[in-house]
Design a protein around this ligand. Structure first.
Ligand code: GLA
Length: 523
């Protein structure tokens, strides 16, 4: 009875936020097979996914990546590769669906595929979506019945130098026009494309291609650390397909899978599932980690501490601003590290239960801090449940939403998150300001009861710079800033409403100094 009451209370809490569909889970052909695919190979993998019990824990997509293209016929219609897919793509999608799975396909925003450039696949020439948007959308989704598409950019970028936002918008319009608006779209432009991506896609790649190596895993995590603000409402930063079950060490696989889960990346297995080792398979089937990835809040963990090369990441699960959180103590360095974080830094207080999600083990409860000795290239991931949630004291630049942010590197002097060894969690936001729109926004600045606070803004002085602070759309006066020196700070009084507040920093007339964070102290 007690359990029933607890679960009723829990579900009442959960209903307070809208449940989101989690990141895409499944398998994709690229990492192991590149363009050397065929319908027998894909069918074998689809069957292996079922046999290995992966479908039972949530992996449902079988995604055909580059390599299925044949040629365009006289009507411009895409014909699949006659030797690799002799029975056509509809038969394959039907087979995948008959197993209770979903089917994904691949194309390019330009005329040629990446495989035609990098893998000498001459069948990839002229088969991209360019000039055939509606025709291909109708074929792939209406005629063949695919449910997902990854849209690459080699043809559009390298060959045609098209504008990303316009190009993906055109393709999305064509997909909607043929009545396939429920198809999941993945933007594959190898960098965070811009805040517009959320309107057009369910996920977008944030990095170049992953490789089967530790350096690659580490680099992608680094890239994604400051991007949690762009993961929202069921739209996700894509850290790329998984290299689990290939040549990473056991601890590196833990980092790879654990952080892809915690950071809510799509989970697309990239190995041969028929021959995967038991160890890697059981990692991919760790339901406690998958639960973090598929949690209905659909949030991405963000960094709260950086120390001697290690990071602590955290996110809410179950309920926003509740007492249950998921935490990672991550050691990407080449030496063992003792990592410790005070509970109040995690906004928690009181007796705290800790569950180790790799070892499925409940640890001794703590009252003050969470600690672990973490070996090189490894991570500990915990689900923690505390007695009380306390008000956050500090908001970092790497948690902020930058409306004009993209990582395309096409324009000079664009706003970005930049490494700074003296910044509190390792990064500052630089090149904000210069126009009202080029701002830094924290949407969830929380005050339990509302009231008067002192806001202390930590920044790196810059000549001829200024800050305008806007709280819930009201401008707050900010005195003149230091223009030279290392880090500096300025304190201003602000009034917050009870609940979530929006804090924005910008400067319409000058650049802003680099911003590290701001702290709040109740008056
Ligand atoms: C690009 C993508 C990869 C893969 C290949 C296919 O490199 O980023 O994920 O799809 O193209 O050629």
């Amino acid at each position: 009875m007690k359990r029933l009451i607890v679960s009723l209370v829990m579900s009442a809490f959960s209903m307070s936020s809208i449940a989101q569909e989690g990141p895409t889970m499944g398998w994709s052909s690229w990492n192991t097979y590149r363009v050397n695919i065929s319908d027998t190979l894909i069918k074998r993998q689809a069957s292996a996914l079922i046999q290995k019990g992966l479908k039972d824990v949530g992996y449902t997509y079988i995604n055909v990546d580059d390599g299925f293209f044949g040629f365009r016929n006289e009507q411009g219609q895409m014909v699949p590769h006659p030797q690799r897919f002799p029975r056509g793509m509809k038969t394959l999608a039907d087979f995948i669906h008959s197993l209770g799975l979903k089917a994904g396909i691949y194309s390019d925003a330009g005329a040629v595929t990446c495989g035609s450039i990098w893998d000498n696949d001459s069948n990839g020439i002229g088969v991209g979506l360019y000039g055939h948007e509606e025709q291909d959308a109708k074929l792939y989704f209406r005629d063949w019945g695919f449910d997902f598409i990854k849209i690459d950019y080699c043809g559009a970028g390298q060959e045609l130098d098209l504008d990303e936002k316009e190009r993906y918008a055109q393709i999305s319009r064509a997909i909607n026009k043929v009545g396939a608006s429920d198809v999941k779209i993945n933007i594959c432009r190898w960098a965070f494309p811009g805040t517009w991506a959320k309107e057009l896609a369910t996920s977008w790649r944030i990095s170049g291609d992953i490789t089967d190596s530790w350096d690659s895993v580490k680099e992608i995590v680094e890239k994604n650390l400051p991007l949690s603000a762009y993961c929202s409402d069921g739209h996700f930063n894509d850290m790329d397909m998984l290299e689990i079950g290939r040549s990473l060490t056991e601890s590196e696989e833990r980092v790879h899978f654990g952080l892809w889960c915690l950071m809510s990346s799509p989970l697309l297995i990239g190995c041969d599932m028929a021959t995967i080792s038991d160890k890697s398979l059981s990692l991919l089937k760790n339901e406690e980690l998958i639960a973090l990835n598929q949690d209905h809040l659909a949030l991405q963990a963000y960094p709260v501490q950086a120390n001697e090369g290690t990071y602590v990441l955290v996110k809410d699960i179950v309920k926003r601003r509740g007492t249950t959180r998921a935490v990672a103590l991550y050691n990407p360095t080449n030496e063992s590290r003792h990592i410790s974080i005070a509970l109040h830094e995690l906004e928690l207080e009181g007796k705290t239960a800790i569950r180790d999600l790799f070892n499925h083990k409940q640890l001794e409860p703590v009252n003050d801090s969470i600690t672990a000795d973490v070996t090189p290239h490894d991570v500990a991931i915990f689900r923690i449940e505390s007695e009380r949630r306390i008000e956050p004291k500090c908001y970092e630049a790497e948690w902020a939403f930058l409306p004009l942010y993209n990582d395309l590197g096409k324009r000079k002097k664009e706003v970005l998150y930049a490494s700074n060894e003296h910044a509190s969690v390792g990064r500052v936001v630089t090149m904000a300001g210069g126009s009202r729109e080029n701002s830094i926004v924290w949407n969830n600045v929380y005050s339990q009861h509302g009231g008067d606070y002192l806001m202390k803004i930590r920044y790196v002085p810059k000549p001829k710079s200024g800050i305008e602070v806007i709280v819930n759309e009201s401008p707050i006066p900010v005195p003149g800033l230091e223009q030279t020196g290392q880090f500096s700070s300025i304190v201003i009084p602000v009034r917050l409403n009870a609940g979530n507040n929006c804090v924005e920093m910008t400067c319409s007339t000058m650049w802003m100094p680099d911003i590290d964070n701001f702290e709040l102290e109740k008056r």
